[in-house]
Ligand binder design. Structure first.
Ligand SMILES: Cc1ncc(C[n+]2csc(CCOP(=O)(O)OP(=O)(O)O)c2C)c(N)n1
Ligand code: SF4
Length: 334
């Protein structure tokens, strides 16, 4: 395994020039994935339609992807990106993998190829869930990255299958009668393990060493590897500048988005979050800085700490219950 200090010296395939919001976690994740894929293989990414695509491939300014000034004949630096429809990134990546394998068998390639799919959680877990599960089921040796921002961001911040309970989105409004999203999220980690993925992880750039080591393993896996990356969305979650990494760290430590890794044949491991709720930071610390939870949590001006608004016990209890159930079920994945 490469040393993290060496990985950060590598050349990324994600360059300045995107129109992702300033403070978007996706940009930080892509820069790191870009360095991890600078590993001696030709890289091809299949992108679904999501913020990470519409904000990086916009004609006439498709400058964000590419490894520096490298010319295509330099195999190990060579980088390609294919954008296809919203829901199809894993299926397109599967096609690229098959084609590369066929060409390799014919002796038409001069080196190894690594293939990855990138999409949002709406693309992968809502409209594209069938594509994701069938690609996993076919045991295709690719890496599938899913950016989890809990909403359909680039089309107007609508609720999706990963939206936290109680969250205000453009389709789960808040009123005197409703406390935002009434649903609990899909257990996407359990689902991808059950579908047969050989490597499943949830990582965050807020824990850089774990991020680097886990993504490196995913890229080297001979099985289908699925990597979920919770991505605080400054515009949709409505938080202040400079809070992105802090919220990503808290999202794990409070149990909303636990870091996790499970390799084939091994028990799943939860990272950086305690199974005992008394040993975790209060969920209010994660929710308070985000205006999508304004109806549930406020800042106490006397103590300068975040606390529950009066009368919101039911929804806060629902959130705590969902977090605990989810952590317990991840802890039992074998
Ligand atoms: C079949 C189809 N339906 C709807 C759309 C419109 N559309 C494009 S991206 C998108 C939402 C993407 O959400 P997500 O995958 O979560 O990515 P995010 O925008 O949050 O990054 C939608 C609804 C489309 N392109 N194709
Ligand atoms: S809307 Fe959210 S996910 Fe999309 S670019 Fe902005 S911060 Fe990133």
């Amino acid at each position: 395994m490469a040393r993290v200090a060496d990985i950060i010296q590598r050349e990324s395939c994600f360059q300045p020039g995107s129109t992702l919001c300033m403070g978007c976690m996706e940009s930080i994740a892509f820069q790191n994935i870009g360095k991890l894929t600078d590993n001696g293989k030709k890289t091809i990414f299949a992108l679904g339609t999501f913020c990470g695509e519409v904000s990086t491939l916009q004609y006439p300014n498709p400058v964000a992807w590419g490894r520096g000034e490298t010319t295509p004949e330099k195999w190990e630096k060579s980088f390609g990106v294919i954008h296809h429809v919203f829901e199809s990134a894993p299926g397109v990546a599967e096609g690229i993998r098959d084609t590369a394998d066929m060409l390799a068998k014919m002796g038409a390639l001069s080196g190894p190829v690594q293939v990855a799919a990138l999409s949002g959680d709406g693309g992968a877990l809502s409209i594209g869930l069938r594509t994701l599960l069938m690609t996993i089921h076919r045991r295709v040796p690719i890496t599938i990255f899913v950016l989890i921002n809990e909403i359909f961001a680039n089309t107007g911040f609508q609720f999706g299958p990963t939206t936290s309970p109680g969250s205000e989105t453009s389709t789960t409004p808040v009123s005197e009668l409703v406390d935002g999203n009434p649903a609990t999220p899909l257990d996407y980690i359990g689902l991808t393990v059950a579908a047969g993925a050989g490597f499943v992880a949830q990582v965050s750039p807020a824990f850089p060493k774990f991020f680097m080591q886990t993504v490196e393993k995913a890229l080297a896996s001979s099985e289908t590897a699925v990597v979920f990356i919770p991505a605080p969305c400054i515009t949709g979650w409505k938080f202040g500048e400079g809070e992105t990494v802090n919220l990503a760290r808290l999202s794990c430590e409070t149990g909303f988005f636990p870091c996790f890794v499970k390799e084939k044949g091994q028990k799943g491991q939860i990272k950086f979050v305690d199974l005992d709720p008394a040993k975790r930071p209060p969920i209010e610390n994660f929710m308070g800085p985000q205006r999508r939870f304004h109806h549930l949590v406020k800042k106490d001006s006397k103590t300068d700490t975040f606390c529950m608004r009066p009368g919101k016990e039911a929804m806060m209890q629902k959130i705590r219950g969902w977090i605990q159930n989810h952590l317990d079920s991840l802890n039992q994945l074998t």
